[in-house]
Ligand binder design. Structure first.
Ligand code: HEM
Length: 311
């Protein structure tokens, strides 16, 4: 599968790697620029050999890194993730210069592409977060609910995910990705009975049906996130028994990042203010980072379109 493919059915395995880059390390800028330019080829190196393994590799750039690697204008909506403070719950902003979001039908495919990238970045990058996600039964999160059902489909998905204007921009068909690593308070969650949990989410647990308007509380996760435009979510469960960590890695792609930001404001500040998303009483984000995802065409033409800064 070509690099930078975003729209695809939920995968069995996922690997999220967020890096900071040490721009003072020898050859750091050239190393990173070469990685972006070569990424479609590196993706093919692994994916071509096992086409049935559905490897989808996506690489993205954070706001701090952009001006260090190119003199081209920064994509209009690329900025540091903006921390959101609600009266009760907050979404932190955490560092991230480069992200790898890898999906496949088996863990080894993600691992192998990550290993090849890691070899390239060894002397210039620090891994600030590594999350191995897995498919949990019928695409459930670790709270036990099916996650992803209401993602847009077909042309609606394309419209939601890709930057579409201005048509002459080299950033067209790219995307913006917001990631947040959420941990769940499983003990508090288990204290709710199934009916109470369904009111937190806004859907039934066993058969995944949306609650009707009379039953669905206006602070349920689904009601809070019902806005006019779509984003495309590729969340994955992850966990560690040793660390007692059970979570959801939120990955939301959008051609217009203000849509994801509006959802986050609704969740944390409330819709209306004070009516925050009830899911946050059981889940809290430990990271929050925004990336620009170049189209594959832009990666293929990286050197030409994104010249190196002149010192
Ligand atoms: C702890 C983290 C999260 C969990 C466990 C979670 C889980 C879920 C679940 C189970 C659903 C219902 C089924 C469906 O996917 O349509 C859902 C819907 C949705 N979620 Fe989340 N989610 C999380 C975070 C977020 C965040 C941070 C956003 C946005 C910034 C978001 C946006 C949405 C949207 C747009 C929907 C569809 C609403 C609709 O039915 O129209 N979610 N989520």
């Amino acid at each position: 599968m070509p690099a930078q493919t975003i729209i695809a059915p939920p995968s069995t395995a996922a690997l999220f790697l967020v890096f900071t880059i040490d721009e003072t390390a020898p050859d750091a800028i050239d190393t990173v620029r070469d990685l972006f330019a070569d990424f479609p080829g590196l993706n093919r190196t692994v994916s071509f050999r096992y086409p049935d393994a559905d490897l989808y590799g996506v690489i993205g750039i954070g706001a701090r890194l952009w001006p260090l690697i190119t003199s081209a204008p920064i994509p209009e909506q690329l900025h540091e993730f903006r921390e959101i403070r609600g009266a009760k719950h907050s979404a932190p902003s955490t560092p991230g210069d480069l992200i790898l979001h890898l999906r496949a039908a088996s863990v080894d495919m993600c691992w192998e592409l990550a290993r090849i990238v890691m070899d390239r970045l060894a002397n210039v990058a620090t891994v600030v977060d590594e999350t191995h996600g897995f498919k949990f039964f019928d695409n459930r999160d670790l709270l036990g609910f099916v996650d992803g059902t209401e993602n847009p489909e077909n042309s609606d998905a394309e419209d939601a995910v890709h930057i579409s204007a201005p048509s002459t921009s080299p950033y067209i068909n790219g995307s913006y990705l917001i990631v947040q690593k959420y941990l769940h308070d499983m003990n508090a969650w288990k204290e709710l009975n199934t009916e109470e949990q369904e009111k937190v989410i806004g859907r039934t647990k066993l058969d995944n049906v949306e609650l009707d308007d009379a039953t669905k509380p206006n602070n349920s996760h689904v009601a809070i996130n019902d806005v006019d435009s779509d984003i495309y979510r590729l969340n994955m469960p992850f966990g560690s028994f040793k660390e007692q960590e059970f979570g959801t890695y939120f990955a939301g792609y959008s051609g217009d990042v203000s849509v994801t930001e509006e959802m986050l404001t609704n969740m944390f500040v409330g819709k209306p203010t004070g009516n925050y998303d009830r899911i946050l009483d059981f889940s809290y984000p430990t990271t929050g980072t925004l990336f620009f995802i170049p189209s594959i065409e832009l990666l293929d033409d990286f050197t030409e379109q994104l010249p190196k800064p002149t010192k």
